[in-house]
Design a protein around this ligand. Structure first.
Ligand code: HXC
Length: 516
């Protein structure tokens, strides 16, 4: 007799079969590589017991190349919703044990369902990528699936945060979904991202390279800048995602509140002892950030790439703030192609999600040299100008020491519409550093002097006294005030409070054309 018990038994059997994915052997192979099974990943990331899975019983519709009658549980991807910090998120996770997590049309349809759902519900989307790419047997249907995903990544951009986690291969055109999302997480020895793999490279170019050297976690965290967060294990990666989600809002209309904020470390940073007066001496600007945030709280983004600029989040007065800071410890904090790229994208994320921006400035300008010019420093540098000029969130700029040349403008000067600009008393704001300036404008006097070196020193001193200070800019109102370092936190907190209801107009347009 059919009763509820038999129906439940059948359901359970079907669930168990689906959950087994590609089978015990395939799961064991993944575990041996340091990878968690697909649902274990989801459960490790979400609040305990919060995951609700959908489309577990989906079936693929491929018929060619031996696919007819082939069973692919869940079609190689697990989708659903759950919570992190008690707030809803949408998630998909590819299952490499099922046809290598390859993307066929039903697999894509499941991902797309979650993307649409995340947009409609205005909740973050998290995608765990672990796949051999387009399912070769499904041909153009598989490519169509990727196209639908890329389109939605773009549609969702700036409305909900999109997070990509690379926990296995992510090859070919498949890499473009992560590239279109806001944050990419990678794990040592597990993540592999590339457009063309080692075998193609070998056959076309004759070059031999391992997958790890070509597109491993370190490569994308330190060289390409494709990844934002690097972890040694999957568990560490999930903790990083949860931390990120304790700073950023759930959508572009979400209030910037403290409910998701985590407890910050309590180490004390004495702001007056961090920055040397001598502008040639380095220091770690992250300590300045920690000295002004609530409880020394700072969560850095893209820590290992373009380290001459520091970006990341911290709380001030309970609100999330986006920090952009030159790093004098790395190449004197100079601006270049990569650091401009890094900062510009971060500024746009903060602006889209109503996160106020605090800019800390101490840099000698843009990096000179053939390499930079030929790498397109004009175009990349312009991205930063564009991003700051476009930003309408509250913007506060603190000029710590050096603010020279184009860098002075680019690091969110008054002229790009920073709301509040303050300078420390040792700030130097000028077209270029005193040495370079004196050599150019007093070249004739120096050359013709009986003691050229003494004359050069004197002219450098003269220039320093006249321009290498904050008071020329303050006299014009470009700098609102010169403050003692110890008052920096107070100044920023007040500026953010004053800007709480900030409203600015911009001309009507379909969209601008940033120097991508
Ligand atoms: C169909 C695939 C597949 C794919 C892997 N599999 N990739 N099936 N389409 N793209 C299957 C394998 O046949 C195998 O099935 C199972 O998944 C596990 O794969 P293995 O090769 O045994 O695993 P491993 O040795 O760990 O190697 C992983 C790999 C390799 C490096 C990812 O599978 C691989 O090179 N795959 C092809 C990668 C690729 O070229 N993809 C297309 C990229 S182009 P069985 O039945 O034996 O278990 C692309 C275009 C997208 O993605 C364009 C968007 C714009």
């Amino acid at each position: 007799m059919v009763n509820l018990g038999t129906k439940i038994k059948e359901l359970k059997e079907r669930q168990e079969k689906a959950i087994l994915g590609g089978g015990e052997k395939a799961i064991a192979k993944q575990i041996a590589m340091g990878k968690l099974p697909v649902r274990a990943r989801i459960n490790a990331l979400l609040d305990e017991g919060s995951f609700h899975e959908y489309d577990m019983f989906i079936e693929h519709d491929a018929r060619e190349f031996g696919m007819d009658g082939k069973e692919l549980p869940g079609d190689g991807v697990v989708i659903g919703t759950g919570t992190i910090h008690g707030h809803a998120v949408a998630i998909y996770a590819q299952d490499f044990t099922v046809a290598g997590g390859s993307l066929g049309s039903m697999h894509a349809r499941k991902i797309v369902k979650m993307m649409d759902y995340a947009l409609r519900m205005r909740i973050p989307l998290i995608g765990i990528n672990d796949s051999g790419g387009a399912r070769i047997q499904e041909g153009v249907n598989s490519l169509a699936g990727y196209g639908e995903i890329f389109f939605r990544n773009t549609l969702n951009s700036g409305v909900i945060p999109q997070i990509s986690v690379i926990l296995g291969p992510c090859a070919g055109g498949a890499v473009y979904s992560p590239a279109l999302t806001d944050f990419v997480f990678v794990v040592e020895n597990i993540s592999k991202m590339f457009i063309t793999g080692p075998e193609v490279i070998k056959s076309v170019l004759g070059e031999e390279i391992s997958m790890e050297e070509l597109g491993g976690a370190r490569v994308h965290s330190e060289i390409t800048g494709n990844a934002h967060f690097y972890a040694k294990t999957e568990q560490e990666c999930f903790e990083q995602i949860k931390t990120l989600l304790s700073y950023i809002p759930w959508n572009n209309k979400d209030v910037n509140d403290t409910s998701k904020a985590k407890k910050a470390p309590s180490k004390k940073y004495d702001i007056e002892k961090i920055v040397p007066i001598d502008p040639t001496k380095p220091y770690d600007v992250r300590d300045v950030i920690r000295a002004i945030t609530d409880g020394a709280d700072f969560f850095e983004v893209q820590e290992k790439w373009a380290a001459n600029i520091v970006i990341g989040y911290g709380h001030m007065g309970g609100r999330t703030i986006g920090f952009v800071a030159n790093q004098p410890m790395v190449m004197a904090g100079v601006l270049d192609c990569d650091s401009s790229d890094k900062a510009a994208r971060f500024i746009r994320f903060c602006d889209a999600f109503n996160i106020p921006l605090v800019t800390l400035e101490d840099m000698p300008g843009y990096l000179p040299g053939v390499d930079q010019e030929h790498a397109g420093v004009i175009r990349h540098g312009a991205k930063m100008l564009y991003a700051y000029s476009e930003a309408t969130v509250p913007c506060v700029t603190v000029i710590i020491r050096k603010a020279y040349g184009g860098g002075y403008i680019a690091m969110n000067s008054r002229h790009l519409r920073a709301d509040f600009v303050c300078a420390w008393p040792m700030a130097e704001i000028a077209v270029m550093g005193p040495e370079g300036a004196a050599n150019i404008i007093f070249r004739k006097e120096i050359m013709e002097a009986s003691d050229p070196e003494a004359m050069r020193k004197q002219k450098v001193k003269e220039y320093k006294e006249k321009f290498a200070n904050p008071y020329v800019a303050a006299a014009k109102g470009y700098v609102d005030t010169v403050i003692e370092p110890k008052d920096t936190r107070k100044f920023i907190l007040h500026a953010i409070e004053v800007s709480k209801n900030k409203q600015v107009g911009r001309p009507n347009k379909k969209h601008g054309i940033p120097p991508f």
